[in-house]
Design a protein around this ligand. Structure first.
Ligand code: PMV
Length: 315
């Protein structure tokens, strides 16, 4: 068996996080500057059927059989083996590396799973379809996130801007005019399940207020779609500002995110918001291409531990 390699991008949520868990639409885009990569190599000297993971970023080197049932890598491969109805697995190693910040709202876990599934299924001669990959990764996400909407596995599998409604087929967005985003990492690790759980509790306590907030976020995502498809870049920015205000009301922002959002606006961004689960992780700012370095510098001066500039390309 030759080496089989595959990679998958990071992602950010442009509009509609949290509300998407409750059936409202959301928009996410891939971030191709950061990627997870998997390389599957034959290990003819290893015992038959042995699959070994090597993931230096998380200091993991272990055989599949030694990992617990609910370990995401083990779970992902076991589900792939049963989906593909494989009787015989050639002994192999799966080497995993990633430049996507972990727990930073950029889909690092989902991207690793997508890359592993693509490389592994190709190595056994049965490449999984995007639909199969996305649904297998959704199952893995459920182990850690409880009630994920499915937006992460979808945007990362398809690696294109998506308009997403939970339980419906994905719609790939056409982007009329390219636009530039600066992504800034607060450096605060924020487990998605915690923020999602808190929003659920708050919604159960005051369903009327939270349903209104989810509706507002959903309407912003709809308007965002129109702006993207009609090429009105500055309008996308002002919708991002509105979405941030709604997320603050949901209680998922934090002082560190608010400081960065404000710093981006002061530095001339068209709009800025937290992205993903909140309470840390990342924020995003929409900027004129010529302003990206200036805004990124301003964000680091305001406390961001890292910035990434990415372009959402015309399609
Ligand atoms: O933290 P992230 O980027 O994985 O974002 C989670 C997005 C939520 O809407 C909060 C949860 C979900 O499953 O959609």
């Amino acid at each position: 068996m030759p080496a089989f390699s595959a990679s998958a991008p990071g992602k950010i949520i442009l509009f509609g996080e949290h509300a998407v868990v409750y059936g409202r639409p959301a928009i996410a885009v891939p971030v191709t500057q950061v990627r997870a990569k998997a390389i599957v190599m034959a290990e003819p000297k290893s015992p038959a059927g042995q699959v070994r993971f090597i993931a230096p970023d998380i200091s993991l080197e272990a055989a599949l059989d030694s990992l617990p049932e609910d370990h995401p890598l083990a779970f992902t491969i076991r589900r792939a083996v049963s989906t593909l109805q494989l009787v015989h697995i050639p002994a192999c190693s799966i080497r995993i590396t990633s430049t996507i910040p972990i727990a930073g709202g950029m889909g690092s876990g989902a991207a690793v799973s997508v890359a592993v599934l693509r490389a592994f299924s190709a190595s056994v001669g049965h490449p999984l379809t995007n639909e199969q990959i996305s649904s297998l990764v959704y199952e893995t996400e459920r182990i850690y996130h409880g009630t994920p909407s499915g937006i992460d596995n979808t945007v990362i599998t398809y690696a294109q801007p998506v308009y997403f409604v939970k339980g419906k087929s994905v719609e790939i967005l056409s982007v009329k005019n390219s636009f530039t985003l600066v992504i800034a990492d607060t450096g605060l690790k924020s487990p998605t399940a915690l923020a999602v759980g808190d929003v659920r509790q708050a919604w159960q306590k005051d369903p009327q207020q939270f349903d209104r907030l989810f509706d507002s976020a959903g309407a912003i995502a709809e308007a965002g779609r129109e702006s993207i498809e009609s090429g009105q870049v500055e309008a996308i920015g002002s919708l991002m500002n509105k979405n941030h205000a709604v997320l603050q009301k949901m209680g998922v922002s934090c002082p560190e995110l608010d400081v960065l959002v404000e710093a981006a606006r002061t530095a001339g961004a068209f709009g800025a918001k937290l992205s993903g689960a909140g309470r840390g992780g990342s924020m995003i700012a929409l900027v004129a291409p010529t302003a990206s370095t200036y805004v990124a510098d301003a964000l680091r001066a305001a406390g961001a531990v890292g910035t990434i500039v990415t372009e959402v390309r015309q399609s």
